[in-house]
Ligand binder design. Sequence first.
Ligand code: MN
Length: 375
Amino acid sequence: MSEASANSKERKEIKVSTIILPENKNFESETLKYEIKIPNWLLENIENFELSNNKNDSNQNLIVKAFKVAYEAHNGQLRASGEPYIIHPIAVADLLKEIGASSSVIAAGLLHDVVEDTRIDLSDIEVNFGLEVKVLVEGVTKLGGIHFNNRTEAQAENLRKMFLAMASDIRVVLVKLADRLHNMRTIQWLNQERQERIARETREIYAPLANRLGINRFKWELEDLAFKFLEPEEYKNLKEQIAVKRSDREKRLTVTLDLMKENLVSSGLKNFEITGRPKHLYGIWSKMERQQKQFSEIYDVAALRIIVSNSDSCYKALAVVHDTFKPIPGRFKDYIGLPKPNGYQSLHTSVIGKHRPVEVQIRTTSMHQIAEFGI
Ligand code: MN
C-alpha cells in the first residue's frame, strides 16, 4: 500500500465514543424507549474495555469496537418486529460465541449487516478492524445477495457461489448460519410468503450446511423452526402429543438413566456424565414420515447421552449399556472407528430400556464439542 493511500484511509477511522453502561446494564435506544439486552460475556468485555487504559488491538477490544460501531451505525434502524436493529447483530454474535468462534468471527457477526444497511463501507471496516474481519464481512455481504428460490438452474448456480464462498473461508458460512438462525427465530414478523420462502431455503440449504459442518447446535434448531413454519399443523400436533406423554416418558427415562448410572459406577468407570435429552421435533417427524408411522409408534423420542474422558472408556461404557439393557439388533453404529464425513464421532446404540427402546450415544468430551459446535 502506498503512503498516500494509507494516509487517506487513516482519516476515515471511525470515532467511537465511550459508552457508559447504565445502572441496569441495559442500553436504551435513543429513538425508542427499548431496553436492549446485552449478553453477559459482551457486557464484561465492554466493562473491561472502558476500565482499561490500554485500548490497543487485543481480541477483546476488537469485539467491543465492533459492537460500538455496529451500535452507532444501526442506530435508528428497526427490525420487522419494531425492535432496534442492533438486537440482531448482537444475537448473531452471541450464537457465534456459543459455538466457540474466534474474536474476528464474532466481530464480523456484529458488523455483518453494516455494509449492506449503513453508511459504513468495506474499506472503513478494513481500516478499523483489519483485513481478516473485512474479508469475513465482505463474504457475508456477498452471500446475502444470494437467494435460493427453487430447485432450478439458478439455484445450482447459487449453490456453486455458496460453496465457493465456503472454500475461500468457511468462517463466512458460520456467520451466515448464525444470521439465518436468528432470522428464523424472529420470522413471525414477516409476511407469510417470505416466511415460507425463507423457511424452505433454511430446510433445503442452511440446515444441511450446518449438518455438513457438524454444527448440531444450529442444525436442529434450524430444522425445528423450518418445520414450525412449513408444516404448522403437523408441528403443533406433534408438540401437543409430546407434551401429553412427557411426564410418563420422563419418569421412564429417569428410571433407565438411574439404573445405567449405577451400573456404570459399579463397573469402575470414572469421570463420566450421563444425561437424558428429548429428540428435536423435526427429527421425530421426519422419522414418522420416513417410516410411515404414527407418533404412538415412535418410541425412542428420547435419548441418553454418556460422555466419558477417552475413547477406550466409550467401548467400556458400551459394554455396560449392553449388559444393563437388551440391545436392539442392527442399531449399533461405531462412528468412532468410522467417523461421519463431517468429522462426527460417537458410538450409537438402541436398547430396550424400561419397556421402551431408548437411543444411547456414547462419546468423549472432545467428540462432544465437535458434535455440537463443529470443527
Ligand atoms: Mn443479518
